[in-house]
Every structure is written in C-alpha cells, then in structure tokens.
Design a protein around this ligand. Sequence first.
Ligand code: PEP
Ligand code: MN
Length: 349
Amino acid sequence: MIIVMEQTADEPQVQRVIETLVGAGYDVHRSTGAAHTVLGAVGVPKTPLDPRSLELIEGVREVIKISEPYKLVGRTFKPQDTIVDIAGVKVGGPEVIVMAGPCAVESMEQLRTTAVAVQASGARILRGGAFKPRTSPYSFQGHGEEALRWMRALGDELGVAVVSEVMDVRTIEMMLKYVDCLQVGARNMQNFDLLRELGRVRKPVMLKRGLSATIEEWLLSAEYVLAGGNSQVVLCERGIRTFENATRNTLDISAIPVVKKLSHLPILVDPSHGTGRRDKVIPMARAGVAAGADGLLIEVHCDPDKAWSDGAQSLYPEQFERLMGELRVIAPVIGRSLPLPKPAAAAAR
Ligand code: PEP
Ligand code: MN
C-alpha cells in the first residue's frame, strides 16, 4: 500500500500515519519529496487495516493498493498456467475446449439429438441445465436429478464430459454422482457458503462471472474455492450489466487478457448469455478465441424455436458446426488448436 500525504501535511500528521501503519504490523518506507511525503507500507499486517480509514486521517491525500487482495488465484503465487482436467478433457492447455448443449435439459430425446450433433462438430463437453436459476418462479425450473441421470447416461454412451449448474449447497453430494464439473452460475458467484462447500469437493468447478461483478470480485470468489482446498477452477466470462441494451449483456472480451495476466486459472467465454441473440453469438465466439480464451460455452438446441429456455440465443446445430469450422481456422493464428470432430457413431462406446 502506498500513502501519499497532502502537500500541506505537517510532521505530526505524517507521524500519526506511520504509527497507525506500524501498529497494524506494516514495515514503513518513507520518501520525503519536495512537494509530497510518500509512505510505502509493506509486509503482512497483524490486524487488518481498511485503506478507507487511512484516507480519513488528517493530512492523507490518497491511499493506493499495490498488491492484489487474493493470493492463491494470482500469478504472483503461481506463475504457470493451471490446466483443469474435466474427466480427461484438459482446459487451459494448447487446445481450445468447447462445451455445448441446451440451456435446459428438457427430455432425453432433446438432449440426445443435441449432444450427438455438438459432439460430431467437436464439442468435448456436454453442458445442460438440470437446475435452472430463472428470473420468474413461474418459468421452467429444470428436471433436477432426472435430467442429471440423462446427462450421465449420454456422457458415458458418447464419451463426453458432463457439466451442470449447482444452485444449492444441499444438492452438491447428489450432483457429484452424475457430473464431471459443477457450474456456479452468475447469480451465485457471491454465494459464499456455496463456494466454501465447493472448496471441499474433488471435482472441477466452473465459476461464471457475476452480472455486475468486477474482475477482482470474481477472482476473490474463485479464491474461496481454492482456499477451501479445490484448485480445479475454470472461470467463465458471460457478460456484465451495462447501460447498453442492444444485447442481453455486454460481453467483456477485454476480461480475457486482464484475467490471463492476473491469474493462472483457465478462462472460458460464454457468448450465448453474453449477447442473448444467436446472430451475435457467432462473431463474439470468434472474438473470444481470438482474444485468447481457453474455451467457449455455447448454447445449442436441436430445435431452438421450441426451446423451454434461452431459445433466442441457442444456435441451430448447423450453425454450431459452421462456427467450429471457423474456430479451427482462427485458433492456429494464436498458436492454439481445436480438437478434431468425432463422428457421433464412432464416438459412441
Ligand atoms: C446458464 O449457463 O444457463 C446460465 C443460467 O448462465 P448465467 O449464470 O451466466 O446467467
Ligand atoms: Mn441459458
């Protein structure tokens, strides 16, 4: 932390700040300039000191934080990239991993048709919602455990990994029987009890960015999971709320290079929730890969016009196939690749 004193600050005021910092357990480095005295506080404090309360001390002009508030998720702690293994699919390595599937699992038939199609186009992970966080309590809330049973059966049959959203601490144990990775949705990014519990789990967690969360808040949420003992966390940028209303959310593509610099965790981009419209999903998916995302999360439905949720942002399987072909051209430009598509029949065990 750096404390810049006012030009008018006198010596007793400087001493008061130094005493406060030393009292909290910091080492203080003083630099007395012609205009301003600057104090550098380093070390780990014994008692937490709120930078805002320092700013209230007479004579203090500004307090600047220089170290991140998180540790385990930061590159300072671990400089090399983390590769998260989702049932054999490596997220964060040289391959760009695409997870796809319907927003909500509606029936075994719907899931099977969609899963076979996305796998044939190169998706390595099947993602479908069994518990849906819907804005209205009257909207379809998901088929729950039955949907997870269908997901697991198809995952085993086709040889794809399976991801689904966990909304409640009470369902974690049950879900672990079926899924290879637990998704934490945007609305639960700051459900700290849920994050703490997921720290005890030995399966990967995909943590979506909250609707109005800063990158620092998002990384602090990931820190909860790592601090609990689970280092297998994948981040997912899914758009944030801004004043712009031409799209459902504003997909923050710049978050990718920012997160890549701050953290070693892999990051995916979800252009489906990020834009809310299928005609915008394709260009933003291309942009996500070009910007260095480790993968994408794309909603695909075998019949989007009849989807029970998020139909407008769900791609038709043919669109998804075309997009994957384009991504195969884009990825090598930045030294990445996409796994080759497997014909559905050959993929089935
Ligand atoms: C979802 O992934 O289907 C979902 C509800 O996303 P988000 O939490 O990003 O809104
Ligand atoms: Mn959705």
